[in-house]
Design a protein. Structure first.
Length: 182
């Protein structure tokens, strides 16, 4: 399986049987022409897909600032046995029921840092609650994500993230992958 960053929050995930394009709030299985933007569970070309509702701001922040957060989708899907989770424009720490629905995650796509809905502290909490085997930043500031704060060292941009099988990912530590979108 290959993950290619297409910029902002859009990724192309190429599997053996299908190509999936995932973006903020939307997932499409390209060969089928089917796309999903609503919460629910789906399956297309042997790719299980689950969309969960989340918000761009935490409820407490909405209440204190009088601002209304918008709905965003957390998209969980499995390609070639690799479990991927795209957090969209998430702006809050995840409640345990959502973490439990997400379950085991091999690749977590997350947007955080300056100019995003998720500051670094909340991003660390989200990452720690999901416990992914690898983290891929996304968004305008993907290169500026605070990798050191997240525990990453020696991360260099690469064109694509290739995972042949789950055994390519370490069990005892987290891999941080910075993709370029040239």
């Amino acid at each position: 399986m290959e993950i290619i960053w297409k910029g902002e929050s859009r990724f192309e995930v190429k599997g053996k049987k299908a190509i999936v394009e995932v973006d903020n709030g939307k997932i499409e299985v390209l060969e089928s022409g089917k796309s999903f933007t609503w919460p629910g569970e789906y399956e297309v070309k042997e790719i299980p897909i689950m969309l969960l509702s989340a918000w761009t701001k935490s409820k407490s922040k909405e209440e204190s600032e009088g601002a209304k957060g918008e709905e965003t989708m957390i998209i969980y899907f499995i390609v070639d046995g690799i479990r991927c989770c795209h957090l969209g424009k998430l702006g809050h720490v995840l409640p345990s029921d959502i973490v439990n629905k997400i379950g085991d995650t091999d690749v977590l796509m997350i947007e955080s840092g300056a100019g995003t809905n998720l500051d670094t502290k909340k991003a660390i909490e989200v990452i720690e609650s999901i416990e992914p085997r690898s983290v891929v930043p996304m968004g305008k500031n993907a290169n500026a994500i605070a990798f050191k704060d997240l525990g990453a060292e020696g991360v260099f941009p690469q064109d694509k993230f290739v995972i042949k099988s789950q055994s390519d990912l370490p069990e005892d530590k987290r891999v941080y992958v910075l993709l370029s979108n040239d």
